[in-house]
Design a protein around this ligand. Structure first.
Ligand SMILES: Cc1cc2nc3c(=O)[nH]c(=O)nc-3n(C[C@H](O)[C@H](O)[C@H](O)COP(=O)(O)O)c2cc1C
Length: 244
């Protein structure tokens, strides 16, 4: 049973009433547009460059509210945000990361293990803020608008919230890193997350004064960004557009 119940809504609204709520829309000004694209291109997964500076409560609230304005299937808003401040819990999460990373290293091809080990893949203890983002899969009932054929859209909605959080954080000068090298059961136990709640993301965040211009995994020669044109099809799977 979901802990957050939907508010009751009068379903009698007419189409006219809805249309009265429409307001004009235009493209952003060039400067506004540049700021949006800057946030997108300069957002990085940050693991190591966190400063000790405390993130003020109003700034934290702003970026969490940006996350809360993400799109969600059927306006389900299935997310919760657990801000993890307790140092004992963070030490426990870090230990869980160490165990999970050791296990992941073992399943890497032998010639990549040393490279894997050399990568910094989390900032759990270094970042002043840790945030766990969860998905309450029954918040609006077992099924709901948009989830009948695609039940995982609640998880996808929660990932949209994470992306909003990440972009808003970048705009505030806050770096953020996503740590998925964690066993679900470990996080669940440390943060007392009930079995019916899905864990979507464990994030480390804090102010930064330097950052990479391209993905750190690219800088450290683990992987490279694929060319967009290789990923772009038209009309049929695998069919390249005549003009990109
Ligand atoms: C779902 C998800 C899980 C991720 N898990 C980790 C992780 O466990 N450790 C890590 O260092 N980076 C993790 N990342 C960050 C990616 O490595 C990073 O986004 C990618 O290399 C591109 O770099 P950029 O985000 O700086 O553009 C994760 C990203 C996503 C979207």
């Amino acid at each position: 049973m979901s802990s957050v119940q939907p508010t009751s809504i009068d379903p009698e609204m007419t189409a006219d009433e809805a249309e009265r709520e429409l307001s004009p829309v235009a493209a952003f000004s060039p400067e506004e547009r540049a700021a949006v694209y800057r946030a997108i291109y300069e957002r990085r997964d940050v693991r190591n460059e966190f400063l000790d500076t405390v993130v003020p409560q109003d700034v934290l609230r702003r970026i969490l509210d940006a996350a809360h304005h993400a799109p969600s299937v059927g306006l389900m808003q299935p997310w919760n945000f657990i801000v993890v401040r307790d140092s004992a819990k963070r030490v426990a999460v870090h230990a869980a990361f160490e165990r999970a990373a050791a296990a992941e290293e073992q399943i890497m091809p032998a010639d990549r293990r040393a490279h894997y080990r050399s990568l910094k893949l989390q900032g759990i203890l270094r970042a002043p803020l840790n945030i766990c983002v969860t998905c309450d899969r029954s918040r609006r009932g077992a099924t709901g608008l948009g989830r009948t054929q695609q039940p995982d859209t609640d998880l996808l909605s929660t990932a949209c919230a994470v992306q909003n959080l990440w972009l808003a954080a970048r705009a505030e000068g806050i770096g953020m890193g996503w740590v998925s090298i964690l066993r679900d059961a470990d996080l669940r136990e440390i943060l007392n997350i009930p079995p019916e709640i899905a864990i979507v993301a464990y994030l480390c965040a804090g102010y930064v004064d330097q950052s990479y211009l391209r993905p750190e995994l690219e800088v450290r020669r683990w992987a490279t960004r694929l060319p967009l044109d290789e990923l772009l099809f038209e009309d049929d799977w695998g069919r390249k557009p005549d003009t990109p």
